[in-house]
Design a protein. Structure first.
Length: 204
């Protein structure tokens, strides 16, 4: 069964949870045994959060969520690949999630590595190269806009990632067009704990 929340209400719920986390008043909802038991037969998350794998960016904690609240997908530097697209499309088509969140953060190691690679003209070895190649367009856009700070590049990468989802996936673009889903981009401050809205696609 789909959640009763629309995109705007889903964003409000996330924002309120983040405010509780920032102020040190987290409620830790939906984390008890009855909640666990109630989810055995199925899940009904109200948001899908596609974020960086950084250990300091645990989605359920920073948005004060519990079991079954969020469908979470994570890669270093929130880099999109086919598995990510498939996971996000599943959350929209099967779970009817009303909100997709792209979650980046300041001082991101993957974006910093890409900035260094671009400036040095040398690509890293192994599969890290694949991450860097996928983040490079965001870094180059930032540099063309005379923004050389890593955190500016993170924001640009969040925006480009959100736009790429809407442009690449017919499932996601269709859900945006009919108003059942929106995509938002957030930039998280590691020090403050606040997730700030930096982009939105669709009706909120």
């Amino acid at each position: 069964m789909a959640t009763s929340l629309n995109p705007a209400l889903a964003w409000t719920r996330l924002r309120e949870g983040n405010e509780r986390f920032v102020s040190g008043q987290s409620m830790h909802p939906n984390q008890d045994a009855p909640r666990r038991s109630s989810l055995v037969e199925g899940q009904n998350p109200f948001a899908v959060i596609f974020g960086c794998s950084d250990s300091r960016l645990a989605a359920e904690i920073i948005f004060d969520l519990g079991l079954g609240d969020a469908f979470v997908v994570r890669t270093a530097g929130q880099v999109i690949d086919d598995a990510v697209l498939g996971s996000l499309e599943y959350s929209i088509s099967q779970l009817k999630v009303p909100l997709i969140v792209i979650l980046g953060h300041d001082s991101c190691g993957a974006v910093s590595a890409t900035k260094s690679a671009v400036e040095a003209g040398e690509m890293p070895s192994g599969f890290i190269r694949d991450l860097v190649e996928r983040i490079t367009p965001s870094v180059l856009t930032s540099l063309r806009n005379d923004k050389h700070d890593v955190n500016d590049m993170v924001v640009e990468h969040v925006k480009q990632t959100a736009r790429r989802l809407a442009d690449t996936s017919r499932v996601i673009s269709g859900a945006i067009e009919d108003g059942s889903t929106a995509v938002i981009g957030l930039s998280y401050s590691l020090g403050e704990g606040r997730a700030e809205l930096v982009s939105s696609i669709g009706r909120l």
